[in-house]
Design a protein around this ligand. Structure first.
Ligand code: ZN
Ligand code: MN
Length: 494
């Protein structure tokens, strides 16, 4: 599904991304943030908003929020404070969410992303603020809806971008690298399946062919998309809707819409609310927080390598190409596997090749992640060494690898079990060749009569006799030697 967009139209996409910070406990109480516990077991008067309870700010959440802001090149504000964002919904027992509006944690950053240097794009980051998550509604059968408050008060960083993205696929690429970034710097585990990254997208389309102020559609917001695929598909559909509206002279309405995954369409939900609809006011139970510049500096200095930095380092240090480096950093464990394999003696080019082809292929086919395999980087290197030393062929390695991935067994042991062994013993091969020549005297006479083509036939016989285990190059060499001898022998007879 691709939307054809007339050249004079410009798509503008801005994102509000909610990321669950990697804390043990909630933002304002000591309840656990564990996912999947029985409903309503990780709750207390604070996260349920029972009158009289008082919030206490989680220092680690602030720290992880700062790391997130710094990783996005934002300025951390010297002082931040919290506001109450008021709204009524069954997943929010308190009737308000503690968030930040006027003095957020960090502002004014940018994020450069792209699978390769030539494809890099930069998106401005408007702000990063802290807020608490709401509960979860479970829509059951018989028109009943249940509510689980375990998620109430889980610390979130909300990352707000400027509308600098211009297509659905670019937005997806941005989010994928943002996820890699947040994981690399340790701000969040970003477990998508647990809803640790949820994205609101604001989209409209401008017509740049008109004179004067640019004409365009009103912004529509798609709420709560929790998969990269969902974001991409919802945006494709929505962009098409905007383009079609412009083409018939319509500007649409400023509204919030929902993506219906099953139907593959967006559906109008309500008129888009503005900040004043939420009656934001300063949270009276939490004091303003000074963020010590020394603390900020220290976090900046201790910041882990970002995917972009790592991509460049992999290119420089190991000589892998731009594209390969991009794939290796797209998942942090892939890059780790690569570097560990190389540091245990693997050739960077060979290891990268295997990771990009056979390993990725296996993971995709099995729909599993690299860390779920019990095979180690050292075992992959050992397998590549079996190929290099001629003990197994490249083709055998491709047979061996899936079994290694499945079982985690050492490659040499497994090769023996599977009967994968290349015959590269010269005498053994010469013996086989002698036998083949004896069994096919006609082919030999043909060869002597100048029919060079029969060499292929004889090679086939050698491979068959060795059940495919002869080292092809060596077998070919020895066969030609034997045939040359036969020719010379014949010459002497004549
Ligand atoms: Zn609590
Ligand atoms: Mn929010």
């Amino acid at each position: 599904m691709t939307a054809r967009i007339p050249e004079e139209y410009q798509v503008k996409i801005g994102l509000e991304i909610h990321v669950a910070l990697a804390t043990e406990t909630k933002m304002f109480c000591s309840c656990s943030t564990a996912f999947g516990d029985p409903p309503n077991t990780n709750v207390c008067p604070v996260c349920l908003g029972v009158p009289g309870s008082l919030p206490v700010l989680n220092r680690r959440a602030v720290e992880l929020g700062m790391i997130c802001g710094l990783a996005l090149d934002c300025e951390v504000n010297p002082q931040m404070h919290f506001e109450r964002k008021n709204y009524h919904y069954p997943d929010l027992a308190k009737g308000y969410q503690i968030s930040q509006l006027v003095a957020p944690l960090a502002e004014g950053g940018h994020f450069t992303f792209g699978v390769s240097e030539s494809q890099e794009r930069t998106v401005r980051i408007r702000r990063v603020h802290l807020e608490e998550d709401a509960g979860k509604l479970l829509h059951g059968h018989r028109q009943q809806t249940l509510v689980d408050f375990n998620r109430c008060g889980v610390p979130l960083a909300e990352i707000v971008t400027e509308p600098d993205l211009h297509s659905a696929s670019e937005t997806r690429a941005f989010l994928e690298e943002l996820r890699a970034l947040l994981r690399a710097v340790g701000a969040s585990e970003v477990r998508m399946e647990e809803g640790e990254l949820r994205c609101d997208t604001n989209v409209n389309v401008l017509d740049q062919s008109t004179d004067g102020p640019k004409d365009g559609t009103e912004i529509t917001e798609l709420k709560n998309l929790n998969s990269f695929r969902g974001v991409e598909h919802a945006l494709l559909w929505e962009i098409k809707r905007h383009v079609e509206a412009l083409q018939r002279g319509d500007t649409l309405t400023h509204e919030t819409r929902h993506w219906d995954e099953d139907a593959g369409v967006t559906i109008s939900a309500r008129a888009k609310e503005e900040a004043h609809d939420y009656r934001y006011f300063p949270e009276p139970d939490l004091p303003a927080v000074s963020l010590d510049p020394g603390w900020v500096d220290r976090l900046g200095e201790e910041m882990s390598e970002t995917p972009r930095q790592r991509r460049r380092r992999l290119q420089q240090q190991y000589g892998v190409d731009d594209y390969t480096a991009g794939v290796l950093v797209s998942e942090d464990d892939l890059g780790d596997f690569f570097e560990e394999a190389v540091s245990s003696g693997g050739d960077p080019g060979e290891v990268a090749n295997w990771l990009m082809s056979e390993v990725q292929g296996y993971l995709n086919a099995e729909e599993i992640a690299l860390h779920e395999l019990s095979v180690t980087p050292q075992q992959l290197v050992a397998m590549l060494q079996l190929v290099d030393s001629g003990k197994i062929s490249g083709k055998m390695a491709k047979e061996l690898w899936p079994r290694m991935a499945e079982t985690g067994k050492d490659p040499d042991q497994l090769a023996q079990e599977m009967g994968l062994q290349q015959i590269s013993d010269e005498e053994q091969l010469q013996g086989v060749i002698r036998q083949v020549l004896q069994e096919h005297p006609d082919a030999v006479s043909d060869y002597l009569a100048g029919k060079d083509r029969v060499v292929g036939f004889l090679m086939g016989q050698v491979m068959q006799k060795t059940q495919g285990q002869a080292t092809p190059q060596l077998a070919n060499e020895k066969l030609r030697e034997a045939l040359t001898e036969a020719k010379e022998g014949k010459g002497e007879e004549d």
